[in-house]
Design a protein around this ligand. Structure first.
Ligand code: FES
Length: 105
């Protein structure tokens, strides 16, 4: 991602490179903010993830970042957790997905 694009994303979504602790990251969550996923509510997923990460406290370090199109627009919102693609993420299932991801690490 170019620096300009990263700054634009940071301003709009305010999520780039959020780190709860300075320890080694155990869980890396990357939310697609391409137009398809944006239209399907990526911003709501991000908002909820930010709350979940904050609530996670010191349990396990989580890094939340954004990505552009993951080429699965019809199955958005697309989230990549430690490199594994999770499709059809929504505000209705993000809590479960997050807790399972953190529990696995
Ligand atoms: S916009 Fe998210 S997969 Fe294409």
């Amino acid at each position: 991602m170019s620096r300009g694009l990263a700054i634009a994303c940071e301003i709009y979504y305010n999520i780039i490179d959020i780190k709860i602790t300075k320890a080694v990251t155990n869980v890396e969550i990357q939310v697609c903010i391409g137009s398809g996923c944006h239209l399907k509510g990526a911003h709501y997923v991000i908002k909820r993830l930010k709350e979940l990460v904050a609530d996670n406290g010191t349990a396990k370090p989580v890094r939340l970042t954004a990505s552009f199109c993951q080429e699965s627009c019809t199955e958005g919102v697309v989230v990549r957790i430690n490199g594994v693609v999770v499709k059809n993420v929504s505000i209705g299932n993000i809590d479960t997905i997050f807790r399972e991801a953190v529990a696995r690490r």
